[in-house]
Design a protein around this ligand. Structure first.
Ligand SMILES: NC(=O)C1=CN([C@@H]2O[C@H](COP(=O)(O)OP(=O)(O)OC[C@H]3O[C@@H](n4cnc5c(N)ncnc54)[C@H](O)[C@@H]3O)[C@@H](O)[C@H]2O)C=CC1
Ligand SMILES: CC(C)CC(=O)C(=O)O
Ligand SMILES: [Mg+2]
Length: 353
């Protein structure tokens, strides 16, 4: 019997559509001959849609997206500072709204330095960790406000929301992830010395859940120190669990130490399966290189591997990963266009047994 998977595709802005085109080639190649059909619905959402229609994400869009099994997203957001987008806040109104409404409380961001990737900082094998970033709380929830705006006496607040419920569920997921990995190590990254209320909740939660996972070694780093060790000693990390903001920042750094942001993939997961999970590269819409055909689509392609894994298609996911690893190993210094990279990886996938 052939399974049908309903896939919502949100190419988005800037390089988003460029890398999504290549990611879909990989998806097609990886599922060729498999007993699964991906029925795709494209959603035109992002800065371009807003400028055309004034809509960021309508309730109808959201309901329609909820009717899918998974989502593949490129990137959203216009040129930072574009005055035409000042009132829109595409990132909050679209990307964060999707993460919140679809309860993507796990933002999973693996980092691996693959053989063939030149890194001044690390050798292959030194970087193999996953960041489990909380996805629905922290300072991203929009709990803020400002008074006396535009005056010298302006005061602006952005409150970081941390609930026992929200912290416990992501910490539990992170422990389970650590337990399933060979090194079984979990590092909580926070700033408990200054953010004492939220930090205490995170620390106590990790300590409590640790009792259920005696096989997992636990340690703690302040986020500032974590940035040092990610650069100087990335091998010390296996699973990092952290809040929404720290996780956002650390995973751009993690991308940089493992071959560049163009290789960093992510999944916004709703582990309960009540809502579709969403897979996307860690990077943004990169307006500085958009339209030039030079964006690296590898992160989007590796996001397809995460998507396939999440849907229980482990074989297809491995094929995508193996093809990417082989492509990276052979890259050398020759510059290729976005579609050349996508075509080469799709061809490698098709050539695998
Ligand atoms: N998930 C999403 O949709 C995200 C959206 N954004 C939005 O994207 C826009 C641009 O944000 P930036 O801060 O510039 O971050 P960015 O990640 O788009 O770009 C940072 C730098 O990395 C480079 N880069 C990014 N992806 C690349 C790729 N695949 N291949 C080669 N180089 C790549 C860019 O050229 C740029 O120099 C903003 O509107 C921002 O809000 C930012 C991060 C995530
Ligand atoms: C654009 C932000 C809302 C998110 C972001 O930078 C990220 O998730 O990495
Ligand atoms: Mg980010």
């Amino acid at each position: 019997m052939v399974d049908t998977v309903k896939l919502a595709v949100i190419p988005g802005d800037g390089i988003g559509p460029e890398v999504v085109t290549e990611a879909l080639k990989a998806l097609t190649a990886a599922t060729e001959g498999a007993e699964v059909v991906f029925e795709q619905t494209a959603f035109s959402l992002g800065a371009a849609r807003y400028l055309e229609t004034g809509d960021v994400l309508t309730d109808d869009d959201l309901e329609s997206i909820k009717g899918h099994d998974a989502i593949l997203l490129g990137a959203v957001g216009g040129v930072p500072g574009d005055p035409r987008l000042a009132g829109a806040n595409i990132e909050r109104g679209l990307l964060l709204r999707l993460r919140f409404e679809l309860d993507h409380y796990v933002n999973l961001r693996p980092s691996v330095l693959y053989p063939g990737v030149a890194s001044p900082l690390a050798a292959p094998g030194d970087v193999d960790f996953v960041v489990v970033r909380e996805g629905t709380e922290g300072p991203y929830v929009g709990n803020g406000g400002a008074i006396r705006v535009g005056t010298p006496a302006e005061v602006a607040n952005e409150v970081s929301v941390n609930t026992a419920y929200g912290v416990e569920r992501v910490v539990r997921y992170a422990f389970a992830a650590a337990s399933a990995r060979p090194r079984k190590k979990l590092t909580l990254v926070h700033k408990t010395n200054v953010l004492v209320f939220a930090g205490s909740l995170w620390k106590r939660t990790v300590d409590a859940v640790a009792a259920e996972f005696p096989e997992v070694a636990v340690d703690y780093l302040h986020v500032d120190a974590a940035t040092i060790f990610l650069v100087t000693d990335p091998a010390r990390f296996d699973v990092i669990v952290t809040d929404n903001l720290f996780g956002d920042i650390l995973t751009d750094l993690a991308g940089a130490i493992s071959g560049g942001i163009g290789l960093a993939a992510s999944g916004n997961i709703n582990p309960d399966g009540r809502f579709p999970s969403m897979f996307e590269p860690v990077h943004g819409s990169a307006p500085d290189i958009a339209g030039k055909g030079i964006a690296d689509p590898t992160a989007a392609i590796l996001s397809v591997a995460l998507l396939l894994d999440h849907l229980g298609r482990a074989d297809a996911a491995r094929r995508v990963q193996r093809a990417v690893v082989a492509d990276i190993a052979d890259r050398g210094t020759a510059r290729r266009t976005t579609s050349e990279v996508g075509d080469a990886i799709a061809a490698r996938i098709s050539a695998l047994d």
